[in-house]
Design a protein around this ligand. Sequence first.
Ligand code: DX5
Ligand code: ZN
Length: 279
Amino acid sequence: MHRWRRWCIGPVNMKGTGRWSFSVLIRRPCRTTRREVNGATAFPQRTGTCRMAYVAKIGPSILNSDLACLGHECTRMLDCGADYLHLDVMDGHFVPNITFGHPVVECLRKNLGADPFFDMHMMVSRPEQWVQPMAAAGANQYTFHLEATTNPGNLIKQIRESGMKVGLAIKPGTLVEELAPWAGQVDMALVMTVEPGFGGQKFMEDMMPKVSWLRSQFPSLDIEVDGGVGPDTIHKCAEAGANMIVSGSAVMKSEDPRSVIALLRNVCAEAIQKRCLDR
Ligand code: DX5
Ligand code: ZN
């Protein structure tokens, strides 16, 4: 029997009221409803006769897009099949580069409407400082770096209380075992596959054991990879167990981003199905 899937999308601006409200959208029907696994929210998926708690999702990073037309670039990606938008926030301190902050996110939310999922990749030294502004601006997920805080537990609580989902990222030099104690409390773990700071860098294949280990320990967790991911490297990520795929240059610079997004998703979905059948 079908039940309606309820999808919580976080704070949205209520039209005409100027107020921000926490919204729950009713999406298409599915056979199962969302559940908590290891403390993380998961959306079961039917893959043939198997059901996995996570699905393949592709999130273009707009860092290398034409920033003069950011709203248009985001719309272009969504029209080409992006499942979510990966928005890179850099403060020039945690990483040697500066991008944008919550005022830009607020404009994007107004421009794009309530639907698109904004995954905020917070490459900032004081992630605690931007939780409320990002929630108010319309962010859906707040992904902070483990290296940037001395109190991850408190920050996770702060993010949840603000109504956003929680992502936890580690740089290439950070051991995955340092992330593990928090994995049961977050919605998503991000394994960086380049040094954060710039798009267009070379994919670090030696990060894949981190992804494999996380997948083996946390079978239902959303695991994201970010940096140098495209048609040439997606197979490694998918085999290792990543299901949230950030891709910047490979999608943005393609003449056919729709095909690239579809290819990334297909490779990832096939790996999920294979893992499901192998269980
Ligand atoms: C790098 C950013 C990435 C980057 C990805 O620090 O976090 O999101 O934009 O771009 P590509 O896919 O080009 O490495
Ligand atoms: Zn990123």
